[in-house]
Design a protein around this ligand. Structure first.
Ligand code: ADP
Ligand code: MG
Length: 252
């Protein structure tokens, strides 16, 4: 290897060791090891059904692993409600479908969890929410309702909402896949800025240009495991595995 796997990044933040996850007798994750370091941006790619969403959902406890361990910020993931709630404050997640609360304003979508869940001071939470809306370019839409926004704008609100809990790591599961093509760029731009600000990120996406430009590391998943990983230029331009070559022929 000529490149370090994790250039310019810090201590392990998300550590997965030998994790297994099956649905019935369908093994989806088979002894997967993956460590993401503070400040690192890891892009997960691979064919449909490879287990990318399941992996992310395991990281924030939406799915429970069958064996192995997940350690987040030094704390082993456990599944009692108290542990899950504490962990989820540190792990923000953005989904393909934005899942905003339709009956709440944009501002309330962003500030509700900090006030209700994290019991933050309401005025501080409001000021923070407005700052985050500014960061995603939507300060002027604070009083609007989600349905009156475009899909790209709604997804930017969803990003601001996740950031409002001050997460240590942000998970993105195909955040632009449900968007009209002309709205993809504005969401990727917000994600790129977030990456540049030093946020630790795990991103499932088919946007290879984003992967090239923003990822520190690309992880290619196939057949229940990691087929290969490395700097984007290595994995995307010179895939070492047959699975990698087959997948990349399809997407690029
Ligand atoms: P990807 O995100 O890479 O497309 P997923 O993690 O969504 O893959 O799914 C991996 C496999 O696990 C697929 O075969 C899918 O059908 C299966 N799967 C995912 N979630 C469930 C579930 N809740 N119950 C049963 N099977 C599931
Ligand atoms: Mg998926």
């Amino acid at each position: 290897m000529t490149h370090p796997v994790t250039p310019a990044t810090g201590a392990p933040l998300v550590h997965m060791r030998q994790i297994n996850k099956a649905f019935g007798d369908h093994v989806v994750l088979d002894r997967v090891d993956l460590t993401v370091h503070t400040g690192e941006v890891v892009v997960l790619i691979g064919p449909s059904g490879a287990g990318k969403s399941t992996l992310l959902r395991c990281v924030n406890g939406l799915e429970q692993i069958d064996s192995g361990e997940i350690v987040i910020d030094g704390r082993r993931l456990r599944y009692d409600e108290k542990s899950l709630n504490r962990m989820r404050r540190h792990v923000g997640m953005v989904f393909q479908h934005f899942n905003l609360w339709p009956h709440k304003s944009v501002l309330d979508n962003v500030m509700t969890a900090p006030v209700r869940v994290a019991r933050r001071n309401e005025e501080k939470a409001r000021a923070n929410a407005l700052d985050l809306l500014e960061q995603v370019g939507l300060r002027q839409f604070a009083d609007r309702y989600p349905m009156s926004l475009s899909g790209g704008q709604q997804q930017r609100v969803a990003i601001a909402r996740a950031l409002a809990m001050h997460p240590k790591v942000m998970l993105f599961d195909e955040p632009t896949s449900a968007l009209d093509p002309e709205l993809v760029g504005e969401v990727l731009a917000v994600m790129r800025d977030l990456a540049l600000s030093g946020m630790t990120m795990m991103v499932v996406t088919h946007e290879m240009r984003f992967a090239r430009a923003v990822a520190d590391r690309v992880v290619l998943m196939a057949d229940g495991g990691i087929a290969e990983q490395g700097p984007p230029t290595d994995v995307l331009d010179r895939p070492a595995s047959e699975r990698g070559r087959a997948f990349l022929r399809q997407v690029e």
